[in-house]
Design a protein around this ligand. Structure first.
Ligand code: NDP
Length: 340
């Protein structure tokens, strides 16, 4: 059973060498008899997600973290898409396709099945359940509609717009009748946003550098909803451009995850005169909406209203490189690893 394990806890930017692929003896092919809620999943696709970085650091007891630190030498825990190969759980049977919380290894014995979902649209590419039909798609959906609450005709700005969450946010905002602008870190990504994903405008923040000037040009009347995945300088620039009654959806702050100290945001006082609501959220609180989301999103993909960009690497050996690539923007679209 090949697995990706953490070799050492990380400070600063993670490298592929912080992880290693090991071959563990013994493949768990059967759920222990006598257990009543266990399944064995053969993992087919591994999802690469920025939050894994949090779990690569050793945190002090009592620190506010979204999940426990990874255990050195054990397979990294994260979302996968897979096939059930054995089950003692009444609701899962061998041969079924599932996605959810599993581990970065070939076969995983799952005893807590609350985070496991059946795949109801197997006619779409299975890999979509690592992204647009999985956790990151749901993040975009609930962040935009439950927190951002965009109205028809409003202006929406999305950062990390060509990534897994951002591409879905922008396309859903277009479906909701908004004017949508994205920022991304390369011309290739900007072209994708404008030419394939229907964004009204987009800019390359690495090339432009003056994000305030780019926002003034692309959104001269300001921003009603800022969907923030990056924090830092982009958040600061967007705060200056918020319209009265605007909403800042705090989804992620990837520009800060590898810094020893988080950079202060200077323009928070803009929230006061503009009556702006800034709100963080966790997708974990919204899984009750998953069934509705899955059907709606599958419909949008099938009728062509949502384009899906994926960055697929092949082989479990490639997983560490793929994961660290998220922090330099190497990925174009949802980063995933096909392992079987
Ligand atoms: P992406 O697919 O968007 O990949 C990460 C992207 O972030 C990179 O491609 C890169 O794009 C951009 N990036 C990396 N470093 C920086 C930096 N220093 N400054 C600006 N941009 C940077 O990842 P996801 O879509 O999976 O995740 C997006 C965000 O959503 C993350 O912050 C993540 O933590 C958050 N998230 C939050 C959830 C929640 O429940 N609140 C759930 C899931 C994700 P580029 O080339 O454009 O720089």
């Amino acid at each position: 059973n090949k697995k990706v394990v953490l070799r050492r806890y990380v400070t600063g930017y993670p490298t592929a060498e912080d992880m290693e692929v090991v071959v563990a003896s013994g493949v768990p092919l059967r759920a222990p008899r006598g257990s009543t809620g266990a399944v064995v999943v053969k993992n087919l696709y591994l999802s690469c997600d920025p939050w894994m970085r949090w779990r690569m650091t050793k945190h002090d007891d009592g620190e506010a973290v979204p999940a426990e630190d990874f255990v050195l030498g054990e397979a990294l825990v994260n979302y996968t898409v897979g096939e059930v190969v054995d089950s003692t759980h009444p609701e899962f049977t061998a041969g079924e396709l599932v996605w959810g919380m599993s581990a970065w290894e070939e076969y995983t014995l799952i005893t807590h099945t609350e985070g496991l979902f059946k795949i109801n649209h197997p006619d779409l590419p299975l890999s979509y359940y690592t992204g647009v039909l999985g956790m990151t798609g749901l993040t975009a959906y609930v962040g935009l509609f439950e927190v951002g609450k965009p109205k028809r005709g409003e202006s929406v700005f999305v950062s990390a717009a060509a990534g897994a969450v951002g591409q879905v946010v922008g396309q859903l905002a277009k479906i909701a009748g908004c004017y949508v602008v994205g920022s991304a870190g390369s011309d290739e990504k900007v072209n994708l946003l404008k030419n394939k994903m229907g964004f009204d405008d987009a800019f390359n923040y690495k090339e432009e550098k003056d994000i305030d000037a780019a926002l003034r040009r692309c959104l001269p009347h300001g921003i009603d909803v800022y969907f923030d995945s990056v924090g830092g300088a982009t958040l600061d620039a967007a705060l200056l451009r918020m319209r009265t009654g605007g909403r800042v959806v705090v989804c992620g702050m990837i520009s800060q995850y590898n810094l020893p100290e988080h950079q202060g945001v200077r323009n928070l006082s803009c929230l006061i005169p503009k009556r702006v609501r800034m709100e963080g959220f966790s997708v974990m609180d919204h899984y009750r909406l998953y069934a509705r989301f899955e059907d709606e999103m599958a419909g949008f993909i099938k009728n062509g209203s949502v384009y899906v960009a994926e960055d697929v690497v092949r082989g479990i050996e490639m997983a560490p490189e793929a994961l660290v690539g998220l922090f330099s923007g190497r990925n174009v679209g949802k980063q995933l690893v096909a392992i079987a």
